[in-house]
Every structure is written in C-alpha cells, then in structure tokens.
Design a protein around this ligand. Structure first.
Ligand SMILES: [Zn+2]
Length: 353
C-alpha cells in the first residue's frame, strides 16, 4: 500500500470517528467551485466540519465509493452503497449515496449505529474503577450488589457485568425483572407480572428449575426480594442485583434492615458496588477539546465506582460495632481524585445528588 492510500485511509477513519463522536447522523460532502465543504448533521442541524481541496475530497469520496461497493469510475450517475465500519469499537452501518453535480460529485454518508454492547472499559475513564469491576468477574458464586441513586448508571453497569460474565464463562444467565430494562439475546429474561399473579417468588422458583449459572434479580426492594437474592446465592449460584442506597456500607445496612442476618451476608456477599455518574471534561483543554487533543473523543459523562470486596468487606461485616473506618476508597475519595486530575470540574462536582 503506498503512502497516499494510507493517508486517505487514515483521513477517512478520522472523519468517521469525529462524526460518530459528535453524534452526527450524516456526513455531507458538498462540492463547490473552488473546494469541498464537509458538513455534519447533528440533532437535525448542519454544522460545518471542514473545507477540503476538491482533489482531497474526491480521493476520500473514491475511497468510500470503493469500500461501499460502488463503481469508482462512474461519476455522472447517482449511486448508492453500504458498508459496516468499526468506529471507537462500535459497529456502525454506513449508507452512502452520491449525486453528480456540475462541480463534481456530492457524497452523503448516513451513520446507523448498531445496538451498542458496552464493555467494562466503557463504564469509566478511571482505570482503578474498571480494574476493580473486572476483578469481580472472578467469582462464580455469591452475591454482587450494585447501588446508587436513580440515574446513577447502575442498570447499565449491571447489564455490562452480566454480559461480561456470560461471555467469559459461557454461562446460562437468567434474569427476573420488573420490568425488563434492556433486552439481551444471550440471556433468558423473565418479567414479574404482579397483576397476573406472577411474583418474584414464583419467578425465582421457576429459575432454579431452569439450571442457571447466574441469576439476576432486577432490584432488591423489600424483604421478599432480599430473601430471594440471598437464597439463590446460598445455593451455589452467582447472583447480581441492585439496591437503592447511596454507598456500599449503606447497601449492607439496607439488607440488614430487610431482615437478612449478618451471618448470611458474610456467607454470600462477594462485592458491593456504589456508583455515581458525573460530567467530565478534558484535563488538558477543559470543557471543549482542541481538534488535535488526544482526549477529544472522551465521553461526556463517566461512572465513579466505590467497590467494597475482599478484606475490607469482610472487616465491615465482621466488626459491625467498630468505629474504625474499613480500608477502602469511597465515592467521595474518587471524586476528589478525579478533580485533582482535572477530569471532574470542581464547580460541577458540588450540588450533585
Ligand atoms: Zn482535550
């Protein structure tokens, strides 16, 4: 491959990446007398992205025509084509269409993201968090709880953990939810229907007959669901669920309030995650990245995770009356660190829930 081809390839990849990261639905190549305008349609509006020489633009258009199966030699008739691209690790289907104009060809690329399956690495920009979450994938039985206020991202984290576990062990995952929040073909998903008299307890009995490896209970919200989650983990399954609580230690307190003996928690609980979703900015450029900044594709928000597992969890469950703070980092510690690194704006971090 010669240098010029490589350059066109790199340019086309960069264009797709910029458009996708900005949430564009379409990329427009508009040929003019002297040059070619590149515009992005974002939320229905067109924004100018760049101006290329007609020569550069035609090379990019030829490249896209080639990739999407169009006839490169044909420039006087409209054509259409399609291709699948991997952008930022996501599969994106691209629909292309050309129109002949007096000034040369116009190309429009429509970006159609396929349903995105997140990995643990997508959940946080903080490596300590993604490493902590990954370490929870080593458990094959026990209880893992995810807590956080509404809108903290705990459902996304729950599904991402489940899907990572499913792939790692090729496990049978059965979920019991009210309602099913995200459909996933790799799981067997069941919905509680109180009106039809199909309760959590009924669903749970049915699940245990269905030979699961991993059981997901949508939310522990009362004594019944708490009992079900703990009982399933005592029978040798890995159980994941969410709890509406503000921290890992509050989650444990909540389960005890719901009548779970501390002794059962010691037997089953292998990890408690507490999560917040925070707005982030580039540590180098601030709210808006320079076009050449290596962080320019960073997400707008990220998860901050407190993970209580191993010895600190054991200590907390054993020494309930001790006033010594168990040795683990809290959400507040991580927020402070994020601010010190410049990822979390200091003004925005106040007044969150
Ligand atoms: Zn930047």
């Amino acid at each position: 491959m010669n240098d010029m081809t490589k350059e066109v390839e790199a340019k086309s990849r960069e264009l797709l990446k910029d458009a996708y990261s900005l949430g564009a639905s379409d990329i427009h190549f508009i040929p003019r007398k002297e040059d070619t305008l590149i515009e992005l349609r974002i939320n229905g509006y067109l924004y100018q992205l760049a101006i290329l020489s007609r020569y550069q633009a035609q090379r990019l258009i030829n490249h896209f025509k080639f990739l999407s199966g169009m006839d490169i030699g044909e420039r006087r008739l409209p054509q259409s084509g399609a291709m699948l691209a991997l952008i930022n690790h996501d599969a994106v289907s691209l629909r292309m269409s050309t129109l002949p104009t007096p000034n040369s060809e116009s190309l429009v690329i429509r970006l159609l993201p396929q349903r995105k399956e997140l990995t643990i690495d997508d959940l946080s920009v903080f490596e300590e968090a993604t490493q902590g979450l990954s370490s929870l994938l080593n458990y094959e039985n026990g209880l893992i709880l995810i807590s956080g206020p509404t809108g903290s991202g705990k459902t996304t984290t729950l599904y991402t953990l489940l899907s990572s576990l499913q792939k790692r062990y090729n496990s049978r995952v059965i979920t019991l939810e009210d309602p099913i929040e995200k459909q996933n073909d790799a799981f067997i998903q069941m919905e509680v229907n109180e009106r039809a008299d199909f309760t959590y307890a009924d669903g749970f009995k049915a699940i245990l007959r269905h030979d699961p490896d991993i059981v997901m209970i949508g939310e522990i919200r009362d004594e019944e669901t708490a009992q079900i989650a703990v009982r399933a983990s005592l029978t040798g399954h890995l159980v994941l669920s969410t709890v509406h609580a503000s921290s890992a230690s509050m989650t444990i307190r909540r389960l005890i309030e719901l009548g779970i003996p501390r002794f059962d928690l010691k037997e089953t609980l292998v990890g408690v995650i507490a999560e917040r979703l925070v707005s982030i900015q580039c540590p180098v450029c601030g709210p808006v990245c320079r076009p050449d900044c290596e962080n320019r594709h960073h997400p707008k928000r990220t998860g901050v995770f407190e993970i209580l597992a191993g010895m600190p969890l054991h200590d907390l469950l054993t020494n309930s009356h001790s006033h010594r703070q168990p040795d683990y980092k809290t959400i507040e510690d991580y927020l402070q660190e994020g601010m010190a690194m410049g990822w979390i704006p200091r003004d925005l971090s106040r007044g969150r829930d």
